[in-house]
Design a protein around this ligand. Structure first.
Ligand code: ADP
Ligand code: ADP
Length: 243
């Protein structure tokens, strides 16, 4: 059964311009409908500018779509009131290309991982213990929670990004180019970890990538985006062998 259903998502950006002149309108999503079955990994592929990140950000509600619907296990996410929304969004977490791109470099990584649970009411001591468990889960030394982001390599940072995303025990991960900034050998390690976590935790994953080779390694299903639309979708073997 589906865990996540996207229906007719639309998003238009309006930028620049002055007194109506020179404004630019970009239709980033023109009615995107997709289904993520429970336990599956759905790849979203397509060239830069095709709307992949916008779709990811609409799913996790970092931005508000202009139209359409997102259903998580049957719950209409876009129609929820603030409080119910907070509970529901715990269940969908995002993994970014650079997990520390927008985070405070002066906070210890354990605190960054514990932050989500603490915001949702977990006592600090419990949340920090949980951060150490999560470090072990993603293959890092639990004692390393005392360190700072710059002390970690790219691959280790992405493991911390995963720990952070998993801290609220989500059902769905939305990963936006999670290995694109990593060396190929490190990419393989992180992708293997993601596959392990998926099997172990029963995660369902939306995996955004411009790299078809990466998509072929981790996805069961794939959707190809072009100019804000899904132009092709299906099981990965069928889509990638199509003429
Ligand atoms: P992708 O992730 O596939 O590269 P994006 O979703 O980032 O695609 O972008 C889709 C289109 O929307 C592009 O034309 C991009 O320039 C535009 N866009 C993305 N974010 C913004 C924004 N915040 N403001 C204006 N235009 C944007
Ligand atoms: P990605 O495709 O991986 O999202 P981009 O370089 O397209 O990377 O976008 C990086 C950031 O710039 C995003 O936050 C996006 O919203 C913003 N952005 C992208 N295109 C535009 C645009 N045309 N105008 C304003 N902001 C944009």
């Amino acid at each position: 059964e589906p865990i996540l259903v996207m229906e007719g998502l639309r998003k238009t950006y309006r930028t620049g311009g002055f007194l109506g002149r020179g404004a630019r309108v970009t239709q980033a999503l023109r009615g995107v409908s997709l289904v993520l079955p429970k336990g599956a990994t759905l790849g979203i592929v397509g060239e830069s500018g095709s709307g992949k990140s916008t779709l990811a950000r609409c799913i996790v509600r970092l931005i508000q779509p202009d139209g359409g619907a997102v259903h998580l296990a049957g719950i209409d996410l876009l129609g929820l009131k603030r409080r119910a929304m907070r509970q529901a969004t715990k269940r969908i977490q995002m993994v970014f290309q650079d997990p520390f791109g927008s985070l405070n470099p002066r906070r210890r990584v354990g605190e960054l991982v514990a932050q989500g649970p603490m915001v949702h009411g977990m006592p600090r001591r419990v949340a920090m213990a949980r951060a150490r468990e999560l470090f072990a889960l993603v293959g890092l030394d639990p004692a390393a929670t005392d360190r700072f982001p710059h002390e970690f390599s790219g691959g280790q940072r992405q493991r911390i990004g995963l720990a952070r995303a998993l801290a609220l025990e989500p059902d769905v991960l939305v990963a936006d180019e999670p290995v694109s900034a990593l060396d190929v050998s490190v990419q393989a390690q992180v992708l293997r970890l993601l596959a392990e976590l998926r099997a172990r935790l029963g995660l369902s994953i939306v995996f955004i990538t411009h790299d078809l080779r990466v998509a072929a390694q981790v996805c069961d299903l794939v959707a190809v985006m072009k100019d804000g639309e899904v132009v092709e979708q299906g099981p990965i073997g069928r889509v990638f062998t199509a003429p």
